[in-house]
Design a protein around this ligand. Structure first.
Ligand SMILES: C[S@@+](CC[C@H](N)C(=O)[O-])C[C@H]1O[C@@H](n2cnc3c(N)ncnc32)[C@H](O)[C@@H]1O
Length: 288
């Protein structure tokens, strides 16, 4: 992976470049004196390509609160689940996430990062001199391959008593059929106990497809998932939502919204499916 994209290349070359895009916002949060979390490795991981993506995409520097609140809420869920007895975390499509280096984790926790080979090689080169806090392992696996992921889930399933699956910034790139099939495969190992993921409403999906869809489609990574059922989508595939936290509401409480949005955040959110409303949230699921 080159650091400085030549001008002839598309801004986002493939789905793994979205990992550098996500890392930029963690780097920017880290620079703030009142940071909600600090990720000192994020700047190096994001590289110049990450900065260029954020600086070029429409609204790329506008909605920082969504990215930061997403990370904040995932951190919260992960910490709570580890306190609750999770002994293994499997981070699917981990990208350039550096939680095993920056979170207050017990050293005994096993943390498995799964992603495509190229991005994990890039990450390992950058993090070569760094020491994780817990027991970190990286596994190269194309999660679109049903046989490869079933084999992986089966092996991982035998290695822990209580596993938390994390998938941050991943499900959005799957079609409803693909998301359902992945959920079904994750429901098989008995130790895969809980799953935390981010998702959006059909209304927000449509708006984002319009605003930035062309850049993502060009890279073969369009946003596809924003089911009308909301988190209930996963129930027929073996996962029931047990805790859903709204990005917008949380960002309001954290005082990270611009003035007008802050006023709107005091209004109650519609219960149930969000339809054409712009909504996104982090959802914790339990195996049925
Ligand atoms: C937006 S990034 C999110 C990365 C990280 N979870 C985060 O929040 O910063 C999407 C990630 O999904 C990974 N990914 C996409 N398709 C994948 C697949 N079929 N198998 C494994 N990883 C995949 C990409 O390589 C990339 O790292």
């Amino acid at each position: 992976m080159s650091q400085s994209p030549p001008p002839t290349e598309p801004l986002i070359r493939n789905i793994s470049d979205t990992a550098q895009w996500a890392a930029v916002y963690r780097a920017r949060e880290t620079d703030r004196p009142d940071a909600l979390f600090r990720d000192p490795l994020a700047r190096r991981l994001a590289g110049s390509r990450g900065e260029q993506i954020a600086n070029t995409l429409p609204d790329g520097n506008k909605n920082l609160w969504t990215w930061v609140t997403r990370t904040y809420l995932f951190d919260q869920f992960i910490s709570e689940q580890i306190k609750d007895g999770v002994d293994m975390v499997v981070n699917l499509a981990a990208g350039l996430d550096a939680r095993p280096y920056r979170m207050a984790l017990p050293s005994s926790v096993r943390w498995i990062e799964v992603d495509l080979p190229e991005i994990l090689t890039y990450k390992e080169e950058i993090l070569a001199g760094e020491k994780p806090i817990c027991q970190l392992e990286r596994i190269r696996c194309d999660l679109a391959s049903v046989s490869a992921r079933r084999e992986l889930f089966d092996k991982l399933g035998q290695r822990a008593k209580r596993t938390l699956i994390v998938s941050e910034g991943f499900i959005t790139y799957l079609s409803p059929d693909e998301a359902g099939a992945l959920a079904q495969d994750l429901a098989v190992p008995s130790s895969f106990h809980r799953w935390v993921l981010d998702m959006m409403s059909p209304g927000l999906l449509k708006m984002l497809q319009k605003r930035i869809g062309s850049h993502l489609s060009e890279a073969g990574a369009p946003f596809k998932f924003g089911p009308p059922e909301g988190p209930e989508f996963f129930v027929p595939f073996g996962w029931k939502p047990i805790d859903v936290r709204s990005l917008f509401k949380t960002a309001g409480k954290l005082k990270r919204l611009p003035f007008f949005l802050k006023l709107m955040s005091f209004l109650p959110e519609a219960k149930g499916p969000k339809g054409s409303n712009f909504w996104s949230g982090i959802c914790l699921f339990e195996k049925k």
